[in-house]
Design a protein around this ligand. Structure first.
Ligand SMILES: Cc1cc2nc3c(=O)[nH]c(=O)nc-3n(C[C@H](O)[C@H](O)[C@H](O)COP(=O)(O)O)c2cc1C
Length: 187
C-alpha cells in the first residue's frame, strides 16, 4: 500500500480529542500542506484563522450546538473562510472557491493524520456569531471549522459518538458512485 493511501485509510472523523496543545512546528507543517493545494487559476481563495488558547477558543465554544460538545476539548480550531468572488465563478453555478477550500482542507487533514493528530471538519456551529466573535468579515462564508488535536480519552463521549469512534467505515459501494464510460447513476 502506498504511503498516501495509508493516511487516507486511517483518517476518521474521530471525536476523542486531548486538550494537550499542538506543537507550533507541527501546526506550521499542517498549514503549509493546506496552502499547497491546487486552485482555479491559482487564486488561493482560502483563508485560515488558527484559533488557540482558552480566551479565543471560548468564542467558538459559546456557539456550538449540543451535539458538537466534543469540539470543546480541541486545543486548536481552524476556521476556514472564503469569498466566492476571490476565485473562478463560471457558468452554471460553478463557484470554485468552495471546491478549492475543500482541496486545501483535505491537505490539512491528511498532513494532520500523518502527524498522528485528529483533524475533524464540522458544519455544525453558529456561523454569524462566530464570524463576529473572531472578527471575520461578514462577506466571507465560514465554510467549516476543523477541530484539531491529539487523540485523547474517550470517556467524555456520549454513547452514539463512542460507537462511531470504533465503527467500520460507512461508504456507498464503488459501483454506485463510480462509472466507466457510461453514466449509470441510479436516481
Ligand atoms: C463538511 C463536513 C461537515 C461535518 N460536520 C460535522 C459536525 O458538525 N459534527 C460531527 O460530529 N461531525 C461532522 N462531520 C463528520 C462526518 O460526519 C464524517 O466525516 C462522516 O460521517 C464520515 O465518517 P469518516 O470521516 O470517519 O469516514 C462533518 C464532515 C464534513 C466533511
Amino acid at each position: 500500500m502506498s504511503d498516501i493511501m495509508h493516511e487516507i485509510e486511517i483518517r476518521r472523523a474521530r471525536r476523542a480529542l486531548d486538550t494537550e496543545p499542538v506543537r507550533e512546528d507541527i501546526l506550521r507543517r499542517i498549514m503549509e500542506a493546506a496552502v499547497l493545494a491546487p486552485s482555479c487559476f491559482n487564486n488561493q481563495p482560502w483563508r485560515f484563522l488558527v484559533v488557540t488558547g482558552e480566551e479565543h477558543l471560548s468564542k467558538i465554544h459559546a456557539n456550538l450546538p449540543g451535539a458538537n460538545y466534543w469540539v470543546k476539548k480541541a486545543p486548536v480550531v481552524v476556521a476556514v473562510a472564503v469569498r466566492k468572488e476571490d476565485d473562478c465563478t463560471l457558468s452554471d453555478g460553478r463557484d470554485y472557491a468552495f471546491f478549492d477550500a475543500a482541496l486545501a482542507v483535505m491537505n490539512l487533514v491528511l498532513q494532520a493524520t500523518h502527524e498522528g493528530l485528529i483533524a475533524h471538519p464540522i458544519a455544525g456551529y453558529k456561523p454569524v456569531e462566530i464570524k463576529e466573535a473572531l472578527g471575520i468579515p461578514q462577506d466571507y462564508t465560514l465554510i467549516t471549522l476543523v477541530a484539531l488535536g491529539h487523540p485523547g480519552d474517550e470517556s467524555h463521549l456520549n454513547e452514539k459518538h463512542l460507537e462511531l469512534e470504533h465503527s467500520k467505515r460507512d461508504r456507498k459501494p464503488l459501483e454506485e458512485v463510480v462509472f466507466r464510460n457510461t453514466w449509470a447513476a441510479k436516481e
